[in-house]
Write a protein of this length. Structure first.
Length: 240
């Protein structure tokens, strides 16, 4: 099944924007969403024939109303990629940052993911993809809520993938777990193996089209995920 109608949630900047642009270059119909309408309109001006926009925050009560209206305007969708998320350093364990992180990366994520799963379940086919993180594999000293939220996303995505496999071979769920990607989300002074945005977006699209259950961006980050999971606490605590 060719990908003709794709929706990218969180496409106003970063990885989501580049994914949307690459799909539009392939002449697919692409619906893009985000909180900053001027940035969405910039993309639409680049690809006026391919792009449809919907401006909303995934934490808003009416976000699904906007999403459903976008799907109707596009006359359906074949693929949904959920790239919206937040990640802020939190050295003081700020309640405001913790709440914002959970509201977006857990509650907002869950609302979109659950709705999209049922949409494709009813259709009997589709590609559903989530941008999680290698941070899902271990609790974090500098942003505990962020790591915990990514663990939720990866675990939920795995559960949906199991369900999708029982529904149809034409229905797939992909969990993408990047390491450091050269976006504003990549904060800190000890960054390594930083993946350019364009390369990350191309690899994500490849994983989604190939219906992979899991994809590390780039593949070498699989090693870091393994170390994060199995390093003894006495070693890990000295590294963070």
């Amino acid at each position: 099944m060719s990908l003709r109608k794709i929706i990218v949630i969180g496409a106003s900047s970063g990885i989501g924007r580049k994914i949307a642009e690459l799909y539009a270059e392939k002449k697919y119909k692409v619906g893009i969403t985000g909180r900053r309408n001027p940035l969405l309109q910039e993309i639409k001006q680049q690809f006026p024939e391919q792009i449809e926009t919907a401006c909303f925050d995934i934490t808003a009560d009416d976000c699904l109303v906007h999403l459903q209206e976008l799907v109707q305007r596009m006359q359906g969708m074949d693929t949904l990629i959920l790239s919206a998320g937040v990640g802020e350093p939190d050295k003081d364990l700020s309640w405001e940052i913790d709440k914002m992180t959970v509201d977006t990366n857990v509650n907002g994520f869950l609302k979109i993911a659950n709705w999209a799963f049922h949409y494709f379940e009813k259709k009997g086919s589709g590609r559903l993809a989530f941008i999680s993180s290698v941070a899902a594999y271990r609790g974090g000293l500098h942003a505990p809520a962020y790591n915990a939220s990514k663990a939720f996303q990866s675990s939920y995505a795995y559960g949906l993938a199991l369900r999708a496999e029982r529904i149809s071979p034409q229905f797939s769920v992909t969990c993408v777990e990047p390491g450091f990607v050269a976006t504003k989300m990549a904060k800190g002074h000890r960054l390594f193996w930083v993946v350019p945005v364009h390369k990350a977006a191309r690899q994500i699209i490849h994983a989604v089209e190939k219906r992979k259950r899991q994809a590390f961006i780039s593949r070498r980050w699989r090693l870091i995920a393994y170390l994060l999971r199995f390093l003894p606490h006495c070693v890990y605590k000295r590294m963070v």
